[in-house]
Design a protein around this ligand. Structure first.
Ligand code: C5P
Length: 321
């Protein structure tokens, strides 16, 4: 029997599907390198309406499949389909924690760019945590509540806890110590994807290298008051002016074509233009939905991206459908 005593959910459900958003970093302040190989961050996350879906179904074994979502131009070639897959690792972690066997098939439908700086892998891990916790829910045993899932998520990756929460949040530490922040409105974004991902560790390492070459001490990052005020007010123009990403110089150094993509979006009237997280996706803030549509069309015509997609945020985190 699944999960021991009681009547586990998996006995009478055929599958659980969870929808999970991508993120864009409104501020990514990178502090000095720590002894554990991570950097202390001030990371202001915003969840945006570009969603992956993960369906978990009882199976004889632990297995994963990955496909692009209908209409999404996502190159899924870079996603591992073995034990390295973050969703598979999430399923194992939940099974260990609940004392059940990880007999589940995970079907991932991706609309979030792979290795794109939008936390797509972390999103899939978060979705798998929620889906497996539900699948193996045993009415006779204590539930895995949100706090338990957030702790499991932090074991899997720095951005996984945020994918569970969604909305807007400030992440300190590695980015996993989250404080939700209310936003005063919805913001409209255009994202320019690139062919081929960037490795997050490589971008952080390049950031360290650039800083060492400058020979200055890395300042401790601080939350931007202008950014927080713009968020609270729902003021897209002020938010656009306050967007910052300390990883951007490193991402551009590793992928010089990103400079032209960012500059083109700004020239075409984006209120803010920057590399998303560790890249190579670039993010452009628009004034409203119509402006986002116009900007997306102009960016697509400018031929500076593999694909151009629109999304709005904040949106909720991982949600069972
Ligand atoms: O935690 P996660 O596995 O998502 O991080 C991937 C890599 O990104 C880390 O191994 C590290 O090289 C880098 N990283 C960092 N500082 C952080 C978060 C991530 O240096 N706060």
């Amino acid at each position: 029997a699944w999960g021991g005593p009681g009547v586990p959910y998996a006995r009478w459900v055929t599958s659980v599907t969870v929808r999970v958003p991508a993120k864009v970093n409104l501020q990514l302040g990178v502090g000095p390198l720590r002894d554990d190989g991570y950097h202390d961050l001030v990371n202001v996350f915003c969840a945006v309406s570009l969603f992956d879906e993960v369906t978990a179904a009882p199976a004889d074994d632990l297995a994963v499949t990955v496909q692009a979502a209908p209409d999404a131009q996502v190159a899924i070639g870079g996603v591992p389909v073995d034990g390295d897959n973050l969703a598979v690792r999430a399923a194992r972690l939940v099974a260990d924690r609940l004392g059940v066997r990880p007999l589940v098939s995970l079907a991932i439908r991706k609309a979030i760019p792979v290795a794109g700086g939008m936390a797509g892998g972390s999103a899939d891990a978060a979705a798998a945590l929620v889906a497996c916790a539900r699948l193996w829910d045993d009415p006779a045993a204590p539930k895995l509540d949100l706090d338990a899932l957030l702790a499991l998520g932090a074991e899997l990756g720095s951005d996984v806890p945020f994918a569970l929460l969604g909305g807007v949040a400030v992440g300190l530490g590695r980015g996993e110590r989250l404080t939700p922040v209310p936003a005063g409105g919805t913001f409209h974004w255009v994202f320019a994807t690139a062919d081929g991902g960037l490795s997050t560790p490589a971008v952080y390492a390049e950031c360290d290298r650039l800083r060492a070459a400058q020979g200055e001490e890395t300042p401790w990052p601080a939350e931007s008051p202008e950014l927080m005020a713009a968020l609270a007010a729902g003021d897209a123009r002020a938010l656009g002016a306050a967007l910052t990403n300390d990883l951007q110089p490193a991402a551009i150094m590793l992928r010089p074509s990103l400079r032209r993509t960012v500059d083109t979006g700004r020239d075409l009237g984006a209120l803010g233009a920057l590399v998303s997280g560790s890249g190579p996706t670039c993010a452009f803030l628009a004034a409203d939905e119509q402006h986002a549509a116009d900007l997306a069309a102009a960016l697509a015509a400018a031929d500076v991206a593999a694909s151009v997609v629109r999304a709005h945020g904040p949106v909720p985190g991982a949600t069972i459908l």
